[in-house]
Design a protein around this ligand. Structure first.
Ligand code: A2P
Length: 270
């Protein structure tokens, strides 16, 4: 569990649903819940929220301690009105009264409206519709603007983060403001799994490369939302929580930072 700046907590290991086909979501979520995942990372843009809703309603006994994330996409329009409409659409698809986490998916700075969008999300939280509010893909300047304009610090910033893209400056900013760093594509879309240092540490520990990479995040207090559609990998990733890196192994992985994006660099999505 990681503590959030709004007083709530979040299981550090989440289940990512980006690029999971709607036809596979029910099986993936059912398997994930059985394994023990209690944090599911979705978004309206992923196009599978109705399937997620069906999966959740097959497991109603679990709903109390389950944290579900959704995100406001903001294309074609970043506006308060659009937030309210999209949020209701998401809640209808999920079949939930109250959401665990709602985020701004991208800041889209060229539209200059992320403060207005954030204000609308603050209001949803004040109305009791969402427990925790956060953002994704924001840089430190954009976070500063949100905080200065509204006085409300996001609880989470979800960004691409893994040993090849460690986001050190942004993580330091997050720490100053008690913002949780959450990693999307924590496995670098699978590319990290053939890194020689990762393979070496995995061999030392008798763990898998994916477990080593996820253990690196967890050792740094970074929450993760790896995606897999395969039951054995869902279990393998979840079990990374039991993998302990020693100081030397952590230092070796810390040495891999090279600024490599494996997904969209926020600089390219203005
Ligand atoms: P698959 O869904 O076929 O398992 P990321 O979360 O960093 O974006 O990485 C997701 C990619 O990594 C997907 O292609 C997924 O494929 C693959 N993947 C997820 N977990 C594992 C694992 N434990 N071992 C190998 N590949 C994995």
């Amino acid at each position: 569990m990681v503590q959030l700046n709004d007083g709530s907590s979040l299981p550090a290991m989440g289940l990512g649903l980006y690029k999971v086909d709607p036809g596979q979501v029910e099986q993936v979520v059912a398997t994930g819940l059985e394994i023990g995942y209690r944090h599911i990372d979705g978004a309206q843009f992923y196009g599978n929220e109705a399937a997620l809703g069906s999966a959740l309603h097959r497991a109603p006994a679990l709903s109390e301690d389950l944290v579900v994330t959704s995100k406001f996409w903001g294309d074609p329009e970043m506006s308060a009105e659009r937030v309210r409409a999209d949020f209701e659409a998401t809640m209808g698809d999920l079949g939930l009264e109250r959401l665990g986490i709602y985020m701004i998916h991208w800041p889209r700075p060229s539209q200059q409206r992320f403060v207005e969008v954030w204000q609308a999300i603050i209001e949803l939280q004040a109305a009791g519709r969402v427990r925790t509010i956060g953002v994704a893909n924001f840089n430190a300047d954009e976070l500063t603007e949100l905080i200065e304009q509204t006085g409300v610090v996001p609880a989470i910033n979800q960004v691409e983060c893994h040993p090849w893209l460690q986001q050190r400056e942004l993580r330091a900013f997050h720490e100053q403001h008690q913002i949780l760093t959450e990693a999307w594509s924590p496995l670098g879309r699978g590319r990290l799994l053939s890194d020689p240092v990762v393979l070496q540490v995995a061999a030392q520990l008798g763990a898998t490369p994916a477990q080593v990479v996820l253990a690196w995040h967890l050792a740094h207090g970074i929450s993760v939302v790896p995606k897999s559609t395969r039951p054995e990998r869902l279990a393998e990733n979840f079990a990374a929580q039991q993998v302990q890196l020693d100081e030397e192994q952590l230092a070796a992985l810390d040495g891999l930072d090279r600024g490599t994006h494996t997904g969209t660099d926020p600089k390219d999505r203005r």
